[in-house]
Design a protein around this ligand. Structure first.
Ligand SMILES: Cc1cc2nc3c(=O)[nH]c(=O)nc-3n(C[C@H](O)[C@H](O)[C@H](O)COP(=O)(O)OP(=O)(O)OC[C@H]3O[C@@H](n4cnc5c(N)ncnc54)[C@H](O)[C@@H]3O)c2cc1C
Length: 447
């Protein structure tokens, strides 16, 4: 790149290679690509002017935790990393934070504690993923059941478009209905419309530290009855996570987290309601016992609450330790969760694979996971077939192919079947309006 950004361009090939892939299974970095670590909006403008002039594809990147291939470098393209644009300005009166896209989600949360404020969206990757990536994927997480997703907290954006034009969307104020909601259009657009260089985020008063209930069930049916019982509570839990039997076994194989052998389901439930968390978790425990839990543990204080969550936190490392896997991200109506878990187990058995099915039960958003031997072509094919069958199962249950991870490249082949040809054509036309040269993350979302 003949730009004036030599110190922003990563020249060490070994370092550059680490920017080649995201967390998607089997991602392969291309042979040749240029990595630019932007430090501010001016850097982004310069890169996008260069890219337009040379018709070069641009993949914007945060922390590369995407599981869909959305942040994988493209051959001959530019990787535009925004992690270093990470300023944070908090306005406690307006309850907003104006942040750079590179701020790590967990770091923002930590900085807000000094103001008694909170930014709720909490992907399980919050220790490393960035706000820019969260906005581009409309990230969810564990507490969405009570607080909603990233889109519910983005009031306005500064975006640099292909060619270098800077545009602003939305507002800083609590209300505003001037014109179309272009902020909403950019949230979840997976880097295909422009580069987010600043965001105005809505904050809330910090809730109480959550207390936890852990309930063990010996049948899947009773576990799902527990979820239904929680839906009947007057106060929405701040977290309802489900582990199916194979997930519990995988976690116990990874380390002793105290789950009994033979558990066919575990629910983790929290309340952070100011002044009422203890009362809430006692009510949740009663409801879960009535639903058929065989063992219920209630945390009395924050340390115990964290301890009860340890097994859930071990899920991702436990699954990673089992080797190659394809992770799904479908979302179904909460009332159809049991049908989804049963469908995943049936698909796995038929395809001769092992599978787990766990996730955000309160939102109907589960992450079925199929394990396979990468050196066995038949197993690779079986896992790919299972991946597609889960999408079909989610549709048949009234659900959608992605709840929070996005489409990326992995799910692009199914986009048109969910949206229909006319809707995809309208969305492509929208992309062309903002990116007429088609150089912003090409191939992602639309395939
Ligand atoms: C262990 C693990 C747990 C996870 N748990 C969750 C979870 O609970 N909930 C959830 O929603 N996701 C989860 N994810 C997926 C992932 O963490 C999220 O999608 C996250 O939002 C990606 O952020 P990132 O900074 O890593 O972005 P990247 O992976 O770098 O990029 C993701 C997308 O954002 C775009 N992008 C990045 N920065 C910008 C920018 N400044 N402007 C425009 N586009 C940009 C990229 O082009 C790409 O399309 C998990 C992933 C892992 C590995």
């Amino acid at each position: 790149m003949d730009s004036s950004l030599p110190d922003r361009v990563v020249t060490d090939p070994d370092v550059a290679r680490t920017y080649g892939v995201d967390h998607s299974p089997g991602a392969v970095a291309p042979e040749a690509f240029t990595v630019v670590r932007a430090r501010d909006r001016a850097d982004v403008v310069e890169v996008l002017q260069y890219a337009a002039a040379h018709r070069t594809p641009v993949v914007t990147q945060g922390a590369r935790t995407a599981t869909t291939g959305a942040a994988v470098a493209l051959e001959g393209g530019i990787v535009l990393n925004t992690e270093a644009i990470n300023q944070v300005e908090v306005d406690p009166v307006e309850r907003i934070a104006v942040v750079g896209p590179g701020v790590v989600n967990g770091d923002l949360k930590s900085q807000l504690t000094a103001y008694g404020l909170a930014y709720p969206p909490d992907p399980a990757s919050s220790g490393s993923c960035t706000i820019g990536g969260n906005i581009a994927t409309n990230a969810g997480g564990l507490c969405c059941v009570k607080y909603g997703v990233t889109a519910d907290y983005v009031r306005g954006l500064e975006v640099v478009l292909a060619g270098g034009e800077v545009m602003r969307t939305g507002r800083r104020t609590a209300k505003g209905v001037t014109g179309y909601d272009l902020t909403g259009l950019f949230v979840g657009s997976e880097g295909t419309l422009g580069v987010v260089t600043e965001a105005v985020l809505r904050l809330i008063p910090a809730p109480d530290p959550p207390l936890t209930v852990l309930a063990v069930f010996d049948t899947l049916e009773a576990t799902l009855a527990g979820v239904t019982a929680l839906r009947e509570q007057r106060h929405t839990p701040s977290l309802i996570e489900l582990l199916d039997g194979p997930s519990v076994a995988a976690i116990q194989d990874y380390g002793d987290y105290g789950f009994p052998a033979g558990a066919e389901g575990v629910l983790l439930v929290q309340s952070d309601r100011v002044g009422h968390a203890h009362e809430d978790v006692m009510a949740y425990a009663d409801a879960l016992t009535s639903a058929g839990a065989t063992d219920v543990a209630v945390a009395d204080d924050r340390a115990e609450a964290d301890l009860l969550m340890e097994g859930r936190r071990a899920l991702n490392p436990a699954l990673e330790a089992r080797g190659s896997r394809l992770i799904e991200d479908v979302c179904v109506p909460v009332g159809r969760l049991g049908d989804l878990v049963r469908a995943v187990h049936e698909i796995a058995t038929r395809q001769g694979l092992e599978a787990t099915c766990s996730g955000h039960a309160g939102d109907g958003n589960l992450h079925p996971c199929f394990f396979f031997d990468q050196d066995d072509a038949a197993q690779v094919a079986a896992a790919q077939a299972a991946f597609g069958e889960v999408v079909e199962a989610a549709w048949s249950l009234g659900g959608t192919l992605t709840g929070e991870h996005g489409v990326g490249t992995l799910k692009a082949p199914w986009l048109e079947r969910e949206l229909g040809a006319a809707e995809v054509a309208r969305q492509r036309a929208l992309k062309a309006l903002f990116d007429p040269l088609g150089i912003m993350n090409p191939g992602r979302v639309f395939g």
